[in-house]
Design a protein. Structure first.
Length: 130
């Protein structure tokens, strides 16, 4: 069965029809506070995204603002979020609404350990070197 993509029971097109006040009431209080108290950096990002939408550019939007809450107008846009070392591509879908950009650009890699080296354990102390 196909997955139904929805935000709070609404399809992406229905969410896009709502104005910002209705959307703010649908998200959690922490994200609501972030949007209401949007600082200078966050306002600059919103203005940058609006200019990008108006220009209908296909390029991705680069940002270091990992704490930005994803808005309904951003569905279908591609961001490049900085994780401290490199720019990670993030394509916005309806499932991401109400979350933050930084949640989709991980700052650490998965650690995969290999076998222990020579003299790494007490039992390997008696192994021949060659």
């Amino acid at each position: 069965m196909a997955e139904r993509i929805a935000f709070r029971g609404l399809t992406p097109s229905e969410v896009a029809k709502h104005d910002m006040k209705d959307y703010v009431n649908m998200i959690t209080s922490r994200e609501r506070r972030t949007i209401k108290r949007n600082g200078l950096e966050y306002r600059k990002l919103i203005a940058k995204v609006e200019a990008h939408i108006a220009a209908k550019s296909a390029k991705s939007i680069k940002t270091t603002i990992r704490e930005a809450v994803i808005l309904p107008q951003w569905i279908g846009l591609k961001f490049e979020v900085h994780n401290g070392k490199e720019w990670k591509p993030v394509f916005i879908t309806a499932n991401m609404l109400g979350h933050r950009l930084g949640q989709y650009s991980h700052t650490t890699k998965r650690v995969i350990h290999s076998d222990p080296g020579i003299r790494a354990t007490r039992g390997s102390k008696f192994l021949a070197m060659k």
